[in-house]
Design a protein around this ligand. Structure first.
Ligand SMILES: Cc1cc2nc3c(=O)[nH]c(=O)nc-3n(C[C@H](O)[C@H](O)[C@H](O)COP(=O)(O)OP(=O)(O)OC[C@H]3O[C@@H](n4cnc5c(N)ncnc54)[C@H](O)[C@@H]3O)c2cc1C
Length: 435
């Protein structure tokens, strides 16, 4: 491999973040190479997988229409479970029919989606080098000057390296932008793809053909740990998964596999999966540390995007969109740096300014207290679903007891489980985490 500055930028990782950066740069005429460790982009990637149209269209422009979408999400549900019941919340909508506008959200399978997205960057002129592990960054006089790959012809230098290698990025640490992560700053999620006929999916989830549903499941299913389960509909399969903070998995010694088996046999989940055939079993980490655990986002000759930069908003199940938006902004910053002929941190700090002005850092800042509360107070995720479910159940039971007496009974039961001062404390903590 050549060691001169043949390329304006090296991108490490062909996920949504890396490809968005490469595509933006390549379309503006910058020369870009993407190193991807998998033999094919997407092959090693795991995701729930709900993606968001706006961020895709912002990067891919008109070609978003060709993306391999599974189903357009029209029904989003949240279930707060006990071992045998759930309080359900949700939102349904009729999707718009404007062909020029992308759908708000849709499900994907990462293998076809990433391959398609990478092909867009390739068509724009980026060079994708798959099957190549980047083993290290090359540091020269305190700046990132290139990467060391596992290839026989090894090192490649460029004025910019975009680190987009996903969760728990060791390259970010090697570039001196971050410390090693703590177990409470990462969740482990296991997921199965379960084949089911489109007709069975549409019947069970009450969907029109081509339309999809998502269910996020909190409460009893995570067995006292901070996390959640999910069921998402694809065209002819379901994505079913569950995860929890690594610190909680270590403390409880519950294996992710046990957690998934328990989830699949929950009496409200099992009927949705009945008769389905497990096609794939996957496990992956999700960054959970939020903005307080974020690495430095830029340095001399380097930018960090997506999961490598902790850009995940777990409460809203958003990560791919943050990665794509950040990738696009990294690309735009590179275009400025190329014009200025200056790849130092001074010019590359524009990336941070763009992120600050966008939903990416604004949303992560809004929820900056959430990771700490999730780690310290996981019981909140099981106590309140149970209280709520019991209360709703009581009010709905027709047994000759007056509704006012039922209200008193519910209050007595709630206070027996949680004294009033604890309820007030929880409410204040919850409000501060979400406001
Ligand atoms: C189970 C699960 C469910 C999720 N569900 C959702 C969801 O429904 N909606 C949503 O928006 N987000 C979801 N996310 C989060 C979302 O997947 C990520 O936020 C998103 O993929 C981040 O994109 P990225 O490009 O930063 O990283 P990734 O998608 O992880 O891509 C990183 C790429 O870098 C490559 N790579 C890594 N190291 C190297 C190396 N050293 N050299 C070369 N290549 C390397 C990897 O192979 C990979 O292709 C989920 C995540 C998980 C794990």
């Amino acid at each position: 491999m050549a060691s001169g500055d043949e390329f304006d930028a090296i991108v490490v990782g062909a996920g949504p973040g890396g490809i968005a950066a490469a595509l933006t740069m390549a379309r503006a005429g910058l020369s870009v190479v993407i190193f991807e460790r998998a033999e094919r982009p997407g092959q090693k990637n795991v995701m729930g997988g709900v993606m968001y149209g706006r961020m895709l269209a912002d990067v891919a422009s008109e070609t978003w229409r060709d993306a391999p979408i599974e189903r357009v999400v029209v029904d989003e549900r949240v279930w707060l479970t006990t071992p045998d019941a759930a309080v359900t919340l949700g939102h349904k909508h009729v999707p718009h029919e404007d062909p020029s506008e992308p759908p708000n959200a849709f499900t994907v399978l990462r293998v076809p989606f990433d391959a398609w997205f990478a092909s867009q960057a390739e068509a724009a002129g980026a060079l994708i080098v798959p099957g190549t592990l980047v083993e290290d960054v090359i540091m020269e006089q305190g700046r990132v000057a290139g990467v060391r790959t596992g290839r026989a012809d090894g090192d490649l230098r460029a004025p910019l390296v975009v680190i987009a290698d996903g969760a728990n990025s060791f390259l970010v640490q090697r570039a001196g932008l971050s410390r090693p992560l703590e177990p409470q700053e990462m969740a482990l999620v296991v997921k199965e793809i379960i084949a089911l006929s489109p007709e069975a999916i549409e019947d069970r989830f009450n969907l029109e053909p081509g339309r999809g549903a998502t269910i996020e499941v909190y409460g009893a299913v995570t067995r006292g740990m901070a996390g959640y389960g999910f069921v998402y509909t694809n065209t002819a399969s379901l994505s079913v998964g569950i995860g929890a903070l690594i610190s909680h998995l270590m403390r409880t010694r519950i294996t992710p596999w046990d957690l998934l088996e328990g989830f699949k046999t929950h009496p409200l989940i099992a009927p949705l999966l009945r008769g389905g055939e497990v096609r794939e079993y996957l496990a992956h980490a999700i960054p959970e540390g939020g903005i307080r655990a974020m690495p430095r986002l830029y340095g001399d000759g380097v930018l960090v995007v997506g999961d490598a930069a902790m850009m995940v908003n777990n409460l809203h199940r958003e990560g791919s969109n943050l990665a794509m938006a950040a990738g696009r902004m990294a690309g735009e910053t590179a275009i400025l740096a190329k014009r200025a002929g200056d790849w130092s941190a001074r010019t590359l700090s524009t990336y941070r300014d763009l992120l600050e002005a966008s939903f990416v850092l604004q949303d992560l800042r809004k929820y900056e207290r959430l990771p700490e509360i999730a780690e310290r107070r996981p019981e909140l995720l099981s106590v309140y679903p149970a209280i709520l479910s019991e209360a709703v159940h009581e009010m709905l039971r027709v047994d000759g007891v007056s509704k006012r007496e039922k209200q008193r009974k519910i209050l007595r039961r709630v206070l027996a489980q949680r004294p009033w001062w604890q309820l007030v404390k929880d409410a204040i903590e919850g409000w501060r985490a979400m406001r």
